[in-house]
Unconditional design. Structure first.
Length: 93
């Protein structure tokens, strides 16, 4: 795939190695998992774990701008599908 082509990407929460947790538009490009409009989820703000964020951030959730994040596929531990409309407001575009 040409790097100039930006594939349509779903918003997902991605858990990466070493405790990194991001939310953003995820696509697979060449040999990378690429997240655009990404934010690092610094504080989950949940009572029952990360899965609560599928429906959008909570009042106590803290997000930090991360821009474009590129991960080797082996760095990705898990991906959580989320409610697209709830997260779209937070990621913008």
């Amino acid at each position: 795939m040409n790097r100039k082509e930006i594939p349509v990407a779903e918003i997902r929460i991605v858990i990466a190695q070493r405790g990194w947790v991001f939310v953003g538009r995820v696509s697979r490009e060449e040999h990378e998992v690429v997240m655009r409009d990404a934010k690092n989820i610094r504080r989950w703000g949940t009572k029952k774990g990360l899965g609560e964020l599928w429906s959008g951030p909570k009042t106590e959730t803290v997000l930090d701008e991360a821009g474009t994040v590129r991960l080797h596929p082996l760095q990705v531990i898990a991906q959580i599908d989320v409610d697209q409309k709830s997260w779209e407001k937070k990621l913008g575009r």
